[in-house]
Design a protein around this ligand. Structure first.
Ligand code: TIU
Length: 243
């Protein structure tokens, strides 16, 4: 099985059982006028990962491997929104209020949709999740089980909130997770740094981290080389004879 350079040690990439998980690449978290800005965050810190994730998505699609997208959002009637979450941080505009990109963090609104660069294509699983953990109150577990997926390449925002939460929960459910270092960002660069270190400490207590290029290089070498015949008559000394 091929492996890539990763921390704290090489990550084995089992292409038959792996998926790319893109967490919450939504306008509400990355663009002005959304939820993150209403909480007072510096959005410029979460935009570097967008083109990196786009490249990984393209490479997974070319290889025919699953790409899964999550979005953190709530039902329009707010029935899945705990009041503690709505009031937390005393934001200028709260979840469910009208903002420049529609109602903040509400499923179906422009703001809760994906940034165009990382948007899903037809056939890809899109999970609307009410919490930080992508497994909580979602169909993710069933999807992964049905498709025998045991390894997750994780990307998205923010590193220490939804990304870290999901990776920890996935690890407890038995998935081998590698978080792409340049494919994730935080509003707080120091939080990103310490999260990457915490996840991989103690011999990979939660999983691995890697650079996107390591994965891209492996995907390129595995999926763009010309197909080799399964069986070569000549080299096997069984040249066909014409009678
Ligand atoms: N605020 C923050 O850093 N993150 C979130 O609220 N959600 C996600 O991380 N997606």
């Amino acid at each position: 099985m091929p492996s890539i350079n990763a921390k704290p040690f090489p990550f084995h990439v089992d292409f038959d059982h792996i998926a790319l998980l893109c967490i919450d690449m939504q306008r509400d978290f990355c663009l002005p006028g959304g939820f993150a800005e209403s909480l007072g965050n510096d959005l410029s810190n979460v935009q570097a990962c967008i083109p990196v994730i786009a490249k990984l998505q393209a490479a997974f699609r070319k290889a025919g491997l699953p790409v899964i997208h999550t979005k953190e959002c709530h039902k329009p009637d707010l029935s899945d929104l705990p009041s503690a979450k709505r009031n937390r941080g005393n934001p200028k505009i709260k979840i469910g209020d009208m903002g420049p990109m529609g109602r903040i963090l509400i499923d179906g609104e422009v703001g809760s949709d994906f940034v165009p660069e990382n948007a899903p294509i037809e056939g890809e699983l899109v999970i609307s999740k009410p919490g930080k953990d992508a497994f909580y109150a979602t169909e993710l577990r069933d999807y992964l089980t049905t498709r025998l997926i045991s390894g997750l390449v994780i990307t998205g925002v923010t590193t220490e909130v939804c990304v870290q939460t999901t990776m920890r929960v996935a690890n407890d459910r038995g998935y081998d997770c590698v978080l792409v270092e340049d494919g994730t960002d935080s509003y707080f660069p120091e939080f990103k740094d310490v999260t990457l270190r915490a996840l991989t400490a103690q011999g990979g207590i939660v999983g691995w981290t890697c650079q996107s290029q390591a994965l891209l290089d492996l995907l390129e070498s595995e999926y763009s080389s010309p197909a080799t015949p399964d069986f070569n008559l000549q080299s096997a000394g069984m040249e066909a004879t014409v009678s």
